[in-house]
Design a protein around this ligand. Structure first.
Ligand code: SF4
Ligand code: MG
Length: 327
């Protein structure tokens, strides 16, 4: 396995008390696979990714338990220097906001080229050539001229392609993309997502794709892990989820996707808001918002029940939910 997160716990000290941002998360992704991690903001999906990358701000964030195995090695036992080396070479991250991730006062070609200078000992001339190749690869028209341009001279979609180019420059084994298309308009979103999926296959990378939008992952993900209030509530192969969700929260997310065949029908949105992580409701954290909630849900924390060999659901009534979806 390329990446295995095991029972990860991350806490944040806030003015309101301790927030359990990540509360026992486990997931895995293999080379050539895409895992989509889905959830509303505050569900812990980005914090988990930051823990994997080793860029979690400390303090106030603190990893309080678990393991993060990358190619079999526990990253949490490594020194910062080794982690930094891994980050440059073997794992990379793509952020939502390319404009703040790129240096505004350096031509993009120099920023891409720098990666080859620092990590591969390339000369300036080689680095420039590699930068042009990369920009070509992510389909920036006129790459040979545009390497001299600054980030603000590119459109949002082009900047996001440049971010992808930077992430893939050193051909990392693992890429984590945190809402890579959220800031883009819908048509550009699809193009950028297609490009990312194409490159992921070509390079046989493991990809962790973090998103709040179940609509963007159908064609690109192998598996989906749905997070709520710092936990994984459903984990399954993508086709299983689309066929019939085994958790009411997943069903809510599915029903919120605009569908052409149901045009004109009002979109279902999950009522209420995710909980404050310093005061997570007892029992099933989703119970105040769950249309299926019963008494037991208010007192008993649901474990991740085994729905099938490849699938888990943290709902006491997953069977009912599944039957409902199949009807
Ligand atoms: Fe809803 Fe109960 Fe299942 Fe939680 S355990 S998702 S409250 S039915
Ligand atoms: Mg986030």
């Amino acid at each position: 396995m390329l990446l295995e997160v095991r029972d990860l716990h991350v806490e944040f000290r806030t003015r309101d008390g301790i927030a359990r941002a990540v509360d026992g998360v486990s997931y895995a992704v293999d080379a050539g696979q895409t895992l989509a991690v889905l959830g509303e903001s505050g569900s812990g999906k980005s914090v988990t990714a930051q823990a994997v990358m080793g860029i979690l701000d400390t303090p106030p964030g603190r990893i309080t338990g678990g393991e993060i195995l990358f190619q079999g090695r526990d990253l949490l036992g490594l020194r910062e220097e080794e982690r930094r080396r891994l980050r440059g070479d073997k794992m990379a991250m793509i952020f939502q906001d390319a404009l703040s991730a790129l240096n505004p006062v350096l031509p993009v070609g120099d920023q891409l080229g720098e990666l080859f200078v620092v990590h591969r000992g390339a000369s300036r001339r080689e680095a420039r050539a590699r930068a042009v190749e990369l920009m070509d690869r992510v389909r920036i028209p006129g790459a040979a001229q545009r390497v001299r341009d600054y980030p603000h001279q590119f459109s949002g979609g082009m900047r996001q392609r440049i971010m992808i180019a930077a992430a893939l420059a050193l051909e990392p084994a693992l890429v984590i993309a945190d809402e890579p298309t959220t800031a883009l308009d819908v048509t550009v979103q699809a193009q950028v997502m297609d490009l990312l999926a194409e490159l992921q296959r070509e390079y046989r990378m493991g990809l962790v794709l973090i998103t709040h939008d179940l609509g963007v992952v159908a064609d690109v993900a192998d598996r989906i892990a749905v997070m709520y209030a710092g936990r994984i509530v459903e984990s399954a192969p993508v086709h299983d989820i689309y066929k019939a969700p085994a958790h009411p929260y997943t069903r809510g997310l599915l029903d919120s996707i605009p569908r052409l065949d149901l045009k004109g029908r009002e979109l279902y949105a999950i009522k209420g808001l995710p909980p404050n992580l310093t005061r997570v409701p007892p029992g099933c954290a989703f119970h105040p918002r769950c249309p299926m909630a019963r008494d037991v849900c208010r007192t008993e924390v649901p474990p991740l029940y085994e729905v099938s060999e490849a699938r888990g659901s943290a709902c006491h009534f997953w069977r009912e939910c599944l039957d409902d979806g199949e009807r």
